[in-house]
Design a protein around this ligand. Sequence first.
Ligand SMILES: C[S@@+](CC[C@H](N)C(=O)[O-])C[C@H]1O[C@@H](n2cnc3c(N)ncnc32)[C@H](O)[C@@H]1O
Length: 344
Amino acid sequence: MQNVRQDDGRGWREATEEALYGPAGFYRGALGPAGPAGHFRTSVHASTLFAGAVAELLRRVDAALGEPAELAFVDMAAGRGELVSRVLQVLPEKTAVRVRACAVEKADRPADLDHRIEWRAEPPAGVTGLLFANEWLDNVPLDVVEIDADGVPRRVLVRDDGTETLDAAPLDAAHLRWLDAWWPLPPEPGLRAEVGSPRDEAWAAAVGTLERGLAVAVDYAHGRAARPPFGTLTGFREGRETAPVPDGSCDITAHVALDACAVTAGARVVAQRTALNALGVAAERPSLALASQDPAAYVRALTRAGEAAELTARGGLGDFGWLVEPVGLPAGALLVDVADHEEQ
Ligand SMILES: C[S@@+](CC[C@H](N)C(=O)[O-])C[C@H]1O[C@@H](n2cnc3c(N)ncnc32)[C@H](O)[C@@H]1O
């Protein structure tokens, strides 16, 4: 629990915005040539099976849309463009020629990126296709609220060295409204919540760029029934979890209230393992008979099974949530049997 002090530090939203995206921010300078991959391992980095599954999803969206003349694939918060590059590589040529491939990123375009990929600061408006955002929303800065010693919710202020105090000013009405709707906090000193409204707004704007198609956001998530009592704000540096310090030296991330972000009537959140299974990613080991018939094929299949297991693991990447938003398409038409499986 923190003391209440005045004029000390900034809210986490403002501090994180500068620490990640300001002129000396983590996603601008400190990352080095490897980009985000040098500091943490997303599903995109874990295995090319992930991009294969996204390409399969794009193929299904294409079919549901009736194979439009221009099929957009928007890799939202694209890092170094690894996902969109791989999706283009694995699509059949007859589909790839109709694809408008876009990487949306705050960082600069990598020098060696496939020339077919548009590198943009904002998603293109009015497109038809698939917008896919892997580990974007967890990096959209937000404010943190904590219950003080008197049971009153206060905005947490943070200095550049990461030390925190509580704001003496009353919490503003918009923060209170969001907390009431999505993350009610009992008046127990020390409980914390992350106010997700900036993410809801960012996601609604991204979904709004689709004329028709599907928007998918993938992140570590929690639902209203099981919010973490002390929040999830944390830092990452060079592959290790670290204290969140808003000085540009580390990533700052918090799990996402994906249920609050949902925009369309047909939206739902499913576990990554469910979504990937529906898209054909299976962690089954090959038969031992294959080992004697075709040892090289056996080793390849074994590697694939190991990578699929990592992408779908309980307690790991398989626990990520997929927020799936159909726009002008029937719900459920794309991830087929997902409705029959576990929802998050
Ligand atoms: C955790 S990385 C994920 C990269 C990639 N999607 C992946 O899964 O490997 C988050 C990326 O989001 C980018 N980003 C954050 N907010 C953004 C925004 N509003 N527009 C475009 N890119 C953004 C950051 O620059 C960073 O490269």
